[in-house]
Design a protein around this ligand. Sequence first.
Ligand code: GDP
Ligand code: IMO
Ligand code: MG
Length: 429
Amino acid sequence: MNVDVLIGLQWGDEGKGKIVDVLSSHYDVIARFQGGPNAGHTLEFNGTKHVLHTIPSGIFHSGKINIIGNGVVIDPVILNKEIKKLAERNIDVKKNLLISRKAHLILPTHRLLDAANEAAKGKAKIGSTLKGIGPAYTDKVSRIGIRVGDIEKANFKEIYTALKNTHLNIINNLQFDYSEYRLDSDLFDDYEKNWFEAIDVIKNIPFIDSEVFINNCRNDNKSILAEGAQGSMLDIDFGTYPFVTSSNTVCAGVCTGLGISPKTIGEVYGIFKAYCTRVGSGPFPTELFDEAGAILRKTGNEFGSTTGRPRRCGWLDIPALKYSVMLNGVSQLIMMKSDVLCDFDKIPVCTNYNYKGNLIDYIPFEINSNELSCVYKEIDGWKQSLEGINSYNNLPDNLKKYIDFIEKSVNVPVSFVSTGPDRTQTIKR
Ligand code: GDP
Ligand code: IMO
Ligand code: MG
């Protein structure tokens, strides 16, 4: 069977965790293919909220196989915390979680390097989650990284120490103070101790050659859902560089992050919020600095699932959405958080950019607020709560018009509309 994919089309936090959980009942295997603990995927059911960082969002469905793919970077400490939290809820991940031997490890010193990199950038800082993502991927590409499979070697400790010392050589020679960015200032030794304890815990989870496993699953006619992290506008190649993450968040990342052929990609679900948010620095054309932005933040509870930082909020950006649809080959759209727009009389949507005097509808090489402004079309709001509505036909007419407008603008159908954080607040068209 083909591999279906769920990709964030904006700057992350679109609601991927919720929808992967909703879709999981239709799949045998759920696999993360990139990113790491910079992700925070929230899902809610039976009145309880769960946030996952590394573990795929299919984990709450017993009998489903969840895979952390080779393209993911893993911090054992954070993974261990996730495992413990799940255990408190009677979920034993040993039963349905598998980890790729080729996934790379985030070392405690990667976190220090992340902090140092941000400090060095000063005002131009990326606003990284400081989880060591960039430095871990850097080591992977530099061909000096440590992989999950290395844990199985007798000399793992030596391998670890060699890379740690390489990092310390850099860190100890820094000519500037980066303490402001350190998450665990003087607690490095504790973190390292926890790291090794966590390694011992994750050794109990099967390590697999996931590319072979996943292709065998396909041959056995098992259905597979690939769960993206971050969003297309944070993609290392196509996002708002350099304010991006360090992996390919777009659909192409599924092939390298799981080891499957492009020919095997099936449905590409593109998920987006009915408005836009971004956390961290970088261009955000439709960003609001007024009361409307504050309302979106408050009503949408727009605070980071990983860092708790307030998210920047703005109106829906069609040029960015079109660009993401193009990059990913999106076949179905999933619109989230329509409930958050309920109180607005008029909802502006950015239809084009005015860029250096020309009207464009794509993301240019660089977005600079002096050279780019947004052209908006106002759509009538629906001014009605969506509570209790569970069929598409019963949605307010103006919300359906909003959806029609988006579909016509990007030329892809919206097949799900989310009206609240809970699993049940999801309308399939
Ligand atoms: P992810 O990183 O893409 O999984 O998204 P996050 O979990 O970081 O952020 C999405 C937030 O929106 C979470 O707090 C979800 O519980 C919440 N959420 C998801 N869908 C909806 C929705 O339709 N309406 C509202 N109000 N909240 C939602
Ligand atoms: P999910 O999967 C939103 C942002 C950070 C920062 C930039 C680089 O929950 O949607 P990094 O830690 O990768 O060095 O940060 O990317 N970022 C996210 N923003 N959601 C995420 O993940 C993000 N992961 C990273 O805020 O601007
Ligand atoms: Mg998130």
